[in-house]
Design a protein around this ligand. Structure first.
Ligand SMILES: NC(=O)C1=CN([C@@H]2O[C@H](COP(=O)(O)OP(=O)(O)OC[C@H]3O[C@@H](n4cnc5c(N)ncnc54)[C@H](OP(=O)(O)O)[C@@H]3O)[C@@H](O)[C@H]2O)C=CC1
Ligand SMILES: C[C@H]1O[C@H](OP(=O)(O)OP(=O)(O)OC[C@H]2O[C@@H](n3cnc4c(=O)[nH]c(N)nc43)[C@H](O)[C@@H]2O)[C@@H](O)[C@@H](O)C1=O
Length: 364
């Protein structure tokens, strides 16, 4: 990529897209095409075709998608498969028709089977059934990998697919029901801390900044307590506050700081071509050309909640709600292919949570 190359970041306001934009700007790239969801709906085939014909980007980071945590994936199954297939079909196909030099497609490590060997190597794709809670999203992401691979083989394009582990960082989604575990727990435990401190103003500010329900300046304390209770943040006898954690707390997850993820994406765009991702020894059938992006380290949800509790200073208790799903018990990436290419993450989980909490509280 040249510093003056025309770069389209699809999803530039999201968790990953915003980090990619920030990192590219810091590296001196200057020619961006940026469209919000309301300016360009990527599920609209005609609109995407007109956009590519007019703009003719040189490079595309495809970081726009329908994204959410375990509950959103499990409930909005139709939207997750439809919107993701439409977005990626439209963008990848138009990138081919308009001779985009290189495209980076973001998948997810939920493409791997529920019982994949741990850590999960790239070639465990399509070896056994998927985790049910996110099967529609995973099927869409697998289709995206196969579309990039197939276009490269048939048309000679240079479209590469990266599979990030669970991500977190600035501009994350903090919705109390639809978000991923790390932002959800950070917010819930922060609200638990505010409740035990009886800091009603901080709770009002938080609920107004990222509305869950309308909270006005005149909402009573009892009304606010009712809202928090719906999301599992409860004041018990005395001043004792309890925050509910979904599931058993036993699942293990791997977390990557979003700015590390952005760095990995740019590393791939600047340095690696599709040909270099074809597994060594391939003579005939080209498959598993995608690449894992992760740390290779994991933590249980129980320990993650404990760390957030420590960082926020929350004194109350964490209660495990086993009526909520655990999802897959382990999904640790094998990042050896990525390490072999010369990229490794920088930010460890303890530091990342502290940075995230600082960012979060500065937004209030
Ligand atoms: N977050 C995570 O833990 C993980 C994410 N990923 C993948 O990384 C990529 C980025 O995810 P992340 O940054 O977390 O997602 P976010 O939800 O933070 O951002 C998604 C972006 O996509 C845009 N978008 C969604 N639908 C449309 C549409 N129909 N038309 C145009 N734009 C649309 C949104 O635009 P707007 O802001 O304007 O609404 C938003 O900017 C995705 O492919 C995701 O699947 C993979 C693994 C883990
Ligand atoms: C990135 C990845 O994200 C999704 O997969 P997931 O890792 O299962 O998602 P998650 O982050 O929402 O949950 C991780 C774990 O944490 C537990 N958990 C506890 N308490 C809360 C809680 O309050 N909120 C949430 N969301 N989870 C909680 C939760 O029960 C689960 O055991 C995929 O659907 C898929 O889209 C995908 O690719």
């Amino acid at each position: 990529m040249e510093k003056s190359s025309k770069i389209y970041i699809a999803g530039h306001r999201g968790l990953v897209g915003s980090a990619i934009l920030k990192r590219l700007q810091a590296k001196g790239y200057e020619n961006f095409i940026l469209k919000t969801h309301s300016e360009l709906d990527l599920t609209n085939q005609l609109a995407v075709a007109a956009f590519f014909e007019t703009e003719k980007p040189d490079y595309v980071f495809l970081a726009a998608a329908k994204v959410g945590g375990i509950m959103a994936n499990n409930i909005y199954r139709g939207q997750f498969i439809y919107e993701n297939l439409m977005i990626q079909n439209n963008v990848i196909h138009q990138a081919y028709l308009n001779e985009v030099k290189k495209l980076l497609f973001l998948g997810s490590t939920c493409i791997y089977p529920r019982e994949a060997p741990q850590p999960m190597p790239e070639d465990s794709l399509l070896t056994s059934p998927l985790e049910y809670t996110n099967e529609p999203y995973a099927i869409a992401k697998i289709t995206g990998i196969k579309m990039c691979e197939s276009y490269n083989i048939q048309y000679g394009t240079n479209f590469i697919s990266v599979m990030p582990t669970n991500l977190y960082g600035p501009n994350d989604n903090f919705d109390l029901e639809k978000s991923h575990v790390l932002p959800a727990l950070l917010r819930k435990i922060h609200l638990g801390k505010c409740l035990e401190d009886k800091n009603w103003q901080a709770i009002r500010d938080d609920l107004n900044l990222r509305p869950v329900e309308s909270v006005s300046g005149t909402s009573t304390q009892a009304e606010i307590e009712g809202i928090l209770s719906k999301y599992g943040i409860n004041q018990q006898a005395g001043n004792h506050v309890v925050v509910e954690i979904w599931g058993t707390g036993k699942p293990m997850r791997e977390f990557l700081w979003s700015e590390d993820m952005a760095d990995a994406c740019i590393f791939m765009m600047e340095n690696i071509s599709f040909g270099e991702l074809i597994p060594a020894g391939t003579t005939k059938e080209i498959r598993n050309t995608h690449i894992n992006i992760g740390t290779g380290k994991e933590i249980s949800i129980r320990d993650l909640a404990g760390q957030i509790k420590k960082i926020t200073g929350f004194q109350g208790d964490l209660l495990f709600d086993t009526t909520k799903p655990d999802g897959t018990m382990r999904k640790l990436t094998d990042p050896s292919k990525l390490h072999g290419l010369g990229w490794k993450h920088q930010v460890e989980i303890e530091e990342g949570i502290s940075r995230m909490y600082e960012w979060y509280t500065n937004q209030q």
